[in-house]
Ligand binder design. Structure first.
Ligand SMILES: Cc1cc2nc3c(=O)[nH]c(=O)nc-3n(C[C@H](O)[C@H](O)[C@H](O)COP(=O)(O)OP(=O)(O)OC[C@H]3O[C@@H](n4cnc5c(N)ncnc54)[C@H](O)[C@@H]3O)c2cc1C
Length: 544
């Protein structure tokens, strides 16, 4: 064990390890990068987190930077759950529901709790937290909040930040703050504090004031529905209040470490109607999509023809009999969850009319068994991810972009050209209703040629997204993979503002450095792993 680990072991109540096996495990997340931590810590409580940050802060004051990275389920695709210093793994101990009030529909949790576990508890009260990611079986709420996750239900219910009421956050010097909406008077009180918290509030208030025009103009420029790129400086000053919660959400552990979150939850209706709509052409899909969204579906997911044919090549039986029109250009899975069954039936009728008019075909299901068959079309994407035919794997590159709905088909056309220029086909899926596109190329990252393609695709796709007023990341975060490309969507001035916010919260650069600001394409090259796969994504907890 190294000196750092010895010191931490003596002072923390959670476990500390430098075991090579554990460090190897945590050197990967779901991105294409590898970065082993120096020490892995499983904090038992907030006090452990405070001690770790205070320790790193004191070291930094003496000139030694020891990065701290928070880690949930490690399903981050942007390389943000990796760090070269201390990795704080929250899934071991800090994974409890602290309170659940079914009447007020408010739940308080620790960050390491998995979505699945929280869902089970909420379902028993007829409630749910809508913006759960597709990775909900292994992802944690801490990671979801830090990435501002979105999911299949976001088309109707919004993103994570819409549900976060309050956070407890350990700042880079070990102080704890509670973020929630402050009145003008409360803000003044905070700004009067002689603590680091006071410094943060004073500096942030000044920064927002000085740069309000830049912030407003940037907000106008980004036209996509969801955006978790950079820092959310757009919602801090709302309705005469001041709230750092929206800034913390989506900040990927670079401004503070979340130790507790209070979330709003909503009634859940498990009795839904689901439909599969298939369109022969993209213009037909585009014409129908706008009208389908007017029906306020609770899910509107897309999977393109290339994805379906590739799944069928890999596993000819998997979708047999499930897709009526296997040669269609685009398939949509649409769900309605209105409280009344009659209302759902009416919406399905309207949906069928819209699809028919657009020259498509549509099949609906109200029974769970039949619905599951429709859902299998969307879920078949995991076959693409999990069963590569050779050394090439489907890799998460430029895979979470979002564009304004009006530009969705234009984006799909142009992105298809970008892929073809690299002799690749574009399997596409994603949240059609929000213009969120998941597109992942099949590459063998042990080959230099394919590594070059990775950078060409990132460059071209992100440039296209910027031109269309979209976002590099709808809900997966910038991490190490997207940070060097932020200037494709934000102006130089706004990128500088992002760096200034980071400096206010983390003057020594301890918290997840290289994420959101301060990293380059060269840094990505150094960390790329040639043997990318998702096989390591199993639980790893201390054995004591
Ligand atoms: C197959 C697959 C499907 C996915 N589907 C979706 C999807 O539908 N929608 C979506 O939005 N995302 C999706 N993701 C991305 C990812 O799963 C989500 O962003 C998820 O919410 C991350 O949670 P996690 O617990 O795995 O976080 P991690 O990967 O462990 O961490 C993510 C980020 O959160 C930070 N963090 C973790 N805990 C804390 C804390 N306590 N305090 C501060 N920062 C913290 C980390 O430092 C890191 O920056 C998918 C990923 C995969 C591999």
């Amino acid at each position: 064990m190294n000196k750092v680990a010895h010191y931490l072991q003596e002072h923390l109540s959670g476990e500390v390890t430098t075991s090579p096996e554990v460090r190897r495990h945590f050197s990967q997340d779901a991105s294409v990068l590898r970065l082993p931590p120096l020490v892995v810590v499983y904090p038992r409580n907030e006090n452990d987190v405070r001690k770790v940050t205070r320790f790193a802060w004191q070291l930094a004051e003496r000139g030694k930077i020891l990065p701290i990275t928070a880690r949930g389920g490690g399903s981050d695709t942007s390389g943000a759950a990796l760090g070269s210093g201390i990795l704080l793994v929250f899934t071991a101990h800090m994974d409890r529901i602290l309170s659940l009030n079914a009447k007020t529909e408010i739940v308080s949790i620790e960050p390491g709790i998995r979505y699945d576990k929280l869902e089970q508890a909420l379902y028993t009260h007829g409630l749910f937290l809508p913006p759960y990611p597709a990775s909900h079986k292994y992802a944690t709420l801490g990671g979801g909040i830090a990435n501002n996750a979105i999911g299949e239900k976001s088309v109707k219910y919004g993103r994570t930040s819409d549900y976060v009421e309050q956070l407890r956050v350990v700042l880079s010097n070990g102080e704890v703050i509670e973020t929630h909406r402050l009145s003008h008077r409360e803000l003044n009180r905070k700004m009067g504090l002689a603590t680091f918290e006071g410094e943060v509030y004073r500096a942030m208030d000044g920064l927002l004031e000085e740069n309000h025009e830049l912030i407003e103009n940037t907000a106008k420029k980004i036209k996509s529905t969801y955006n978790s790129s950079g820092y959310n400086l757009f919602d801090i000053k709302v309705k005469g209040g001041f709230d750092l919660t929206s800034l913390m959400v989506g900040s990927q552990g670079t401004l503070g470490i979340i130790t507790e979150a209070t979330l709003e939850v909503v009634p859940h209706n498990p009795l839904t109607h689901v439909a599969l709509a298939s369109f022969d052409t993209l213009p037909g899909f585009e014409a129908a999509l706008k009208k389908i969204l007017e029906l306020k579906p609770s899910v509107c997911e897309m999977v393109n023809g290339t994805a379906i044919s590739r799944v069928s090549e890999l596993n000819p039986q998997q979708l047999a009999g499930l897709v009526d029109n296997p040669t269609a250009a685009m398939h949509l899975i649409v769900e309605f969850d209105d409280r009344r069954d009659g209302a759902q039936k009416k919406l399905i009728k309207k949906l069928k009319k819209i699809v028919d008019k657009a020259g498509g075909s549509c099949r609906s299901a109200s029974e769970v068994e039949q619905q599951e068959k429709i859902w299998m079309v969307r879920e078949s994407i995991s076959t693409l991810m999990g069963h590569p035919t050779g050394p090439a794997k489907i890799v998460p590159i430029a895979e979470d972009v979002s564009v304004p709905l009006s530009a969705l088909t234009k984006f799909l056309d142009k992105a298809g050209e970008i892929y073809r220029s690299q002799r690749l086909n574009a399997a596409v899926w994603g949240h059609a209703g929000e213009g969120v596109i998941r597109m992942q190329p099949m590459l063998d990252l042990s080959q230099i040629g394919d590594r070059q393609k990775l950078f060409r695709i990132s460059e071209d796709i992100y440039s296209l997204v910027g031109e269309l007023g979209g976002s590099l990341s709808a809900g997966h975060g910038d991490g190490r993979m997207r940070t060097p490309y932020l200037d494709k969507m934000y102006s130089r001035d706004f990128c500088e503002l992002i760096a200034k916010v980071k400096k206010i919260f983390d003057p020594h650069g301890i918290l997840n450095p290289g994420v959101k600001t301060g990293s380059s394409k060269e840094d990505i090259k150094k960390l790329l792993r040639g043997d990318y796969n998702l096989g390591h994504r199993h639980e790893h907890l201390p054995r004591s």
